[in-house]
Ligand binder design. Sequence first.
Ligand code: TRP
Length: 451
Amino acid sequence: MNENRSTFTGKLGFVLTAAGSAVGLGNIWRFPYLAAKYGGGIFLLVYLILAVTFGFALMSAEIALGRKTGLSAIGAFRQLDKRFTWVGVLGAIVPFIITPYYSVIGGWVTKYFFAFVSGDAKASAGDAYFTDFIARPVEPILWFCIFIGLTALVVFLGVDKGIEKVSKFMMPVLVVLTLFVAIYSMCMPGAMEGVKYYLTPDFSKFSATTVLAAMGQLFYSMSLAMGIMITYGSYMKKDVNLESAVHQIEIFDTSIAFLAGMMIIPSVFAFSGGNEEALGKGPSLMFITLPKVFDSMAGGTIIGAVFFLLVLFAALTSSISLMETLVSILQDKLHWDRKVTTGAVLIFCILLGVPSSLGFGVWSGFSVANMSILDMFDFISNSVMMPVVAFMTCLVIGWIVGTKTITDEIELTGPFKSKKLFNVVIKYIAPVCIVLILVSSVLDVLGIAKI
Ligand code: TRP
């Protein structure tokens, strides 16, 4: 059944595709606002520690699981142990929650790109521009529909080689531009305070919620705990060194997130005088501070336009692979025609995305535990479902089928250098930490107890 499964040409092809899916709004939009909100340096430190332990172990496990079975999440878990098929199913549900709200943000990026192209750049630097925009009932929904419509169009026509070619060109440009903006914003008066905030951990700001937020971000940014890496692994050739591929994907993804933080956090300090409230802005951080940075730059309108175009591109490549995932999950199950399935997925995403968008305006009165509708979807997927999937993955691999199933697969191309670390993380550290953190932070968010 799997003989016809297409494979990546080699390691580079694999790493670039996996990194292309990993790098998206998670790195440029989500990471900086979380870092700003959860204490700067302490968040960064926790994130980095988690990336080289949890992130490494989980990504290796998922890719190896996919390559070993040649199947996507649901099938792969079924093959490991029939009783745990549901873990694959739960993981497969996650992208159904993420895609709609991801595309709402994608719509905001589209709007900003057009604002910069159409000479509205100056206005977009105004204090209330963003909050006014997202509070409108209709306009953000129109941009959301444009973004998701574009995504669906590509998925509808079939994702072809074109996207990969463009990514290879656009991704390096994005890195250079991010570096440039980061250096520029570090040089603004008052920005050094922000650099300090971002780089020096303040241990008094440490809490279970910090760890949970960092962990959720890690899963989100590296597309873990939702079956994606299992699917990619199933396309990976047996002679590719899995361990070093995982390292490369992680380094790439983390560097871009780090740079995005460097670009945004110091400039928040420069423009707000380091006031805490400005740091806690959440999802809107990128849209409020960056236009101000561009406004203060010579030639900022052009740089801003190019910047938002690249972010838009990174967002589109990610939303395309997200939607592609939804379509293939449904097709595997229901055997519908590809075009019909894409249409159904599009309608589903619009139905779920519209409330997320309205949650910042006419439906802002509706909130659970102080979260807007979009934040709520984000919390349920990233902070609840993905940790559960990650926990179960560790449990099944570490205790039910044995880590040897996975390490043997990784050792096909030579010794597995971090085998000890992998075993210890998967069997003990990860499951214990995930449970502790998940429970304490859910209680915290629901306001039941504060740890
Ligand atoms: N990792 C992507 C980002 O950082 C978001 C994402 C989550 C994703 N799951 C995915 C992208 C699946 C592609 C496929 O923005």
